[in-house]
Design a protein around this ligand. Structure first.
Ligand SMILES: Cc1ncc(COP(=O)(O)O)c(C=O)c1O
Length: 402
């Protein structure tokens, strides 16, 4: 008789964005005359760079000829892509990462969700609160947590590191010692960053307590300020305690194409070899044409084109940040990040404000409480929309007032 994994039953509600979408559709069905503007899910809207499109076409043509046809990709990904990644994302920033430490995948979500398999079930995880839900939910599914306390919104056994207005929305070293520390900077959902010194502090802490940092830098391309690390390997000692996740989704608009990579330094030899073994056993690689398109991102024209698009989104972020502040809201993020995080009016909950904004302004936001209990009282807006629609949404928010 089969038995199902009981840990799935501990998951609270549906995935945040499914609930947001359900509410949006219910509202749109009831009010077909309203042009709803979605500044909720962090999905890109601008087309792929011409250099990427050209590489995709070329890749398709190669697949049509026996001499250039490609079957299964190498386990870790094509060397041409891994070597390009190392040159541009690491060597150029003075980081020591080697091509056989880069594992190409179909995106950071899968890697962030799957990485916990390498660790014992008793591992204590520490997460920021609020947090990208995948880190917590994947550990819940694996049985690494107890149940979620409906009063606090916290899973038993998880170490939460609140990121609130009082601490500048930055995590502090937890009182209990974790084995695995999930950090994401530039942060989703708050949009904040850590300075090099602050991140070095986390690396030193992890080395001291024997923890591994699982560092998600899916939004590094949005960093505009000096002194903000793009990679954790800019910090001394990180090769001995950190795994890094990267994604082409927000950097180059690959959310529908799917490409990412994970770096595990050989200093963490067991973990490196285990992830290689896992890749070989459970994964058959990102498609050749997508990896070829990924390499095109790093060509001079690819770089120019993707930074033009990132500039477009950063302009949206500035419009949102300035607009919600002008409307009287307390807002952060939006500078080195595509997300703006702002406090809802006194006395309202995140979901209450979500409904209010949808009904009164036809704008869809993401309720902060969906990212963790410390997100209560906030909402997140994304800069990945169309510029004109973003301007219109902000104008509607401004008309509503705080
Ligand atoms: C922090 C963070 N990591 C990872 C991802 C997923 O990236 P990918 O599209 O490469 O799976 C997202 C997507 O929104 C994200 O916000």
């Amino acid at each position: 008789m089969y038995r199902i994994n009981p840990h799935y039953a501990k998951l609270t509600g549906s995935y945040l964005f499914s609930t947001v979408a359900q509410k949006q559709h219910a509202f749109q069905d009831a009010h077909p005359e309203v042009e709803v503007i979605r500044l909720s899910i962090g999905d890109v809207t601008q087309p792929l760079a011409p250099a990427v499109i050209a590489a995709l076409h070329e890749g398709v043509d190669e697949m049509s000829r026996a001499e250039t046809f490609k079957g299964y990709a190498p386990d870790l990904g094509y060397a041409f892509l891994r070597e390009t990644i190392v040159e541009h994302d690491y060597k150029a920033r003075g980081c020591h990462v080697e091509a056989d430490e880069v594992f190409v995948s179909d995106g950071a979500k899968c890697d962030c969700g799957n990485i916990q398999e390498l660790f014992v079930p008793e591992s204590r995880i520490a997460v920021c609160d609020p947090v990208y839900p995948v880190y917590v939910d994947s550990n819940v599914m694996a049985g690494r947590t107890g149940v979620c306390d409906p009063k606090t919104g916290r899973y038993e056994g998880v170490i939460y590191m609140p990121c609130t207005r009082e601490n500048g929305f930055k995590p502090e070293f937890p009182k209990e010692t974790p084995d695995l520390i999930y950090l994401c900077f530039p942060n989703n959902p708050i949009g904040g960053v850590l300075t090099k010194e602050e991140l070095q502090g986390w690396v030193d802490y992890a080395l001291r307590v024997g923890a591994i940092i699982l560092y998600d830098s899916a939004y590094e391309a949005f960093i505009g300020e000096e002194g903000i690390p793009h990679s954790i390997y800019e910090c001394e000692g990180a090769r001995g305690c950190a795994i890094e996740f990267r994604s082409f989704s927000k950097t180059a608009g690959f959310t529908g194409l799917r490409l990412g990579y994970t770096v595990i330094p050989k200093d963490l030899k067991e973990l490196h070899d285990m992830w290689a073994r896992r890749h070989g056993t459970k994964y058959n690689g990102a498609p050749y044409i997508v990896q070829k398109a990924g390499a095109a991102v790093y060509t001079p024209e690819g770089q120019r084109q993707i930074f033009e698009t990132i500039g477009y989104y950063k302009r949206n972020a500035q419009v949102i940040l300035d607009g919600v502040r002008a409307a009287g809201y307390y807002a952060v993020g939006g500078t080195n990040s595509p997300y703006v995080w702002y406090a809802v009016p006194e006395g309202m909950t995140s979901w209450g404000y979500f409904d209010y904004l949808l009904e009164k302004a036809g704008v869809v936001c993401t309720p902060g409480s969906g990212f963790g209990p410390s997100g209560e009282g906030y909402v997140r807006l994304t800069a990945f929309g169309d510029y004109q629609k973003t301007v219109e949404a902000v104008e509607r928010i401004r008309r509503l007032g705080a």
